[in-house]
Write a protein that binds this ligand. Sequence first.
Ligand code: SF4
Length: 379
Amino acid sequence: MSRTSVYVEQISPRSTPEQVSEGIARLLHPFDLARMADGKTVLIKPNLSGESGPANTDPRVIYGVVRAFEQAGASALVGDGSIIGVDTMSVMREIGLIDALKGTRAEIVDLKTGRYVETRVRRGRCAKQVALAEAASAADLIVSVAKMKTHDATAVSLCMKNLSGLMHEYDMLHFHHVNVSECIVDLVATVKPALNIVDGLMAMDTFGAGPVEMGCVIAGTDPVAVDATASRAMGVDPAGIYAGTLAESHIKRAHERGLGEMKDIEVVGDLPSAQFAPPPASLNEISIPDGIEIIDGDPCPACIAMLATVLQKSQISNNKLGNTVILVGPNAPPPEKTKGRTIIIGNCLHRLQSTTQGSVFVIGCPPNATYDVLPVLEA
Ligand code: SF4
């Protein structure tokens, strides 16, 4: 059996759009796009999450991918739905995507403004059906064009995680509420991108240096192999990331469910090598404001990173400080006595919900920082 191939092309982050486009053409040459896409409608799905600029897919990479598919005879749509509460078209304008695509025939679509189609998840472990944007359901092919970055909920966000933007916001939140890693695998089993491309021109070291010059793009037909390879470029072991009670690596889970190869991969081209900062490994590594007590039940890195984000963003009023106890991690004991309010975080502590008086339980594995935990903390 032939090994799964993943291709890497070096492209300087200081390249012009045309130079990036030429690099993308070289990267995609082995895939015979004419055979794959001639006469077809291709939804090109960048990561336009709407977080800070460098966390989104570079418009020059999107331009290069559109050009490659148009030259192969395809009709290209470029579409995404940004993270919950963020206007996708604003993100597209802010990062210069609309201007970048002016020389192409691509149609730009805000997936959040169209219809959604309830779609059955075959052999889903967490989700039985998801609402997919109609543009995704109607397209002949989907191409995931992800940003190379580390991420608080899933350790890395690459081609598989990128598919979340195809879903209705309700399902995005539902994924967090059930088990985000396993749900992503359900989504990959349903959507199956024809091609997976990672933009590593400027990658995002979320827990460390911020934007990092990696100067590469990576592509392959196997989403697991592409994500595993891009993880290794960032110094993140795809088998080990976020090993926890429930929050194991979505890459490892996808491999185990037969959706792609994680180990036996032929990497064609020079893969850069870096060591991105890991997420905080213990609650001692995050900044906790005076007056908030956290009961440490050995939480997974996903919940530690989520809490770090929440505590950094929160504008908790002074009269709530000294009055708040947060329980996190599967081994957290019930509080001996409540000081005021007790916030119980995450599905692994569901057992304490009914026995802790005056508590608020926040569902999720890990819960969403902005939409689940922050409003409870600031309430
Ligand atoms: S909810 Fe519990 S099991 Fe899930 S990520 Fe948080 S600590 Fe881990």
